[in-house]
Design a protein around this ligand. Structure first.
Ligand code: NI
Length: 204
């Protein structure tokens, strides 16, 4: 059932359908890379978690990971997706401690460890969610590795005058750190839960 081909249409449609925080530019910023065979998503990163600890991809080996790219000031897209992640884990009836749940910010300037520490405990978010931030270079590198986008765009409707346009995907990475599957705003919590159970049963 694993989607072996990373379909750029999924990215465009996903970014548009669920609305990255600015849907119109979300479509333009979607990557148009076609990867055949095993999707080449993920890789090494070095970031800082919401307790101020330096963490890397190696920190999280040994358990499968659910990863989301977003930011704490996002008005609705990020909270909806993080609640979906939490709901999927609950529906799966798997022990949430058997997964690492990570939020990687696309807004490192405002999303300090302290800010993320407050955010990750929000109602409905995955139990044990870790918030990760870093320097702009570190964030740019991890976005590139995951073919995720997140860029500051003008937004006159926002009191700050800007928001972040970003892709809206939940990545499932295996306990070995390798890519397993990706979920968009079109996937329901039950569909994600079923996929998590399948992964736990089969290891892929
Ligand atoms: Ni968002």
């Amino acid at each position: 059932m694993s989607r072996k081909i990373f379909n750029p249409l999924l990215i465009c449609f996903g970014a548009f359908a669920i609305g990255a925080c600015s849907p119109e530019t979300g479509v333009q910023s979607a990557p148009n890379t076609v990867v055949s065979g095993e999707a080449n998503i993920g890789g090494a990163f070095t970031l800082t978690d919401h307790e101020g600890q330096i963490v890397t991809d190696q920190t999280y080996l040994g358990k499968p990971m659910l990863i989301y790219f977003g930011f704490a000031y996002c008005p609705d897209v990020c909270p909806t997706s993080l609640q979906k992640m939490g709901a999927a884990l609950t529906l799966s009836k798997l022990d949430p401690d058997t997964f690492h749940s990570l939020l990687i910010t696309v807004d490192p300037e405002r999303d300090t460890p302290e800010q993320l520490a407050l955010y990750v405990t929000a109602n409905g978010f995955p139990k044990g969610l870790r918030g990760l931030t870093g320097t702009q270079d570190q964030i740019d590198a991890v976005k590139k590795a995951y073919i995720a986008t997140g860029q500051k765009v003008e937004d006159p409707a926002n009191p700050e005058g800007f928001t972040f346009d970003h892709t809206n995907f939940i990545y499932l990475m295996g306990a070995d750190g390798k890519f397993v599957d990706i979920f968009s705003g079109l996937d329901t919590p039950q569909e994600i839960a079923d996929r998590l159970k399948l992964y736990k049963k089969t290891g892929h």
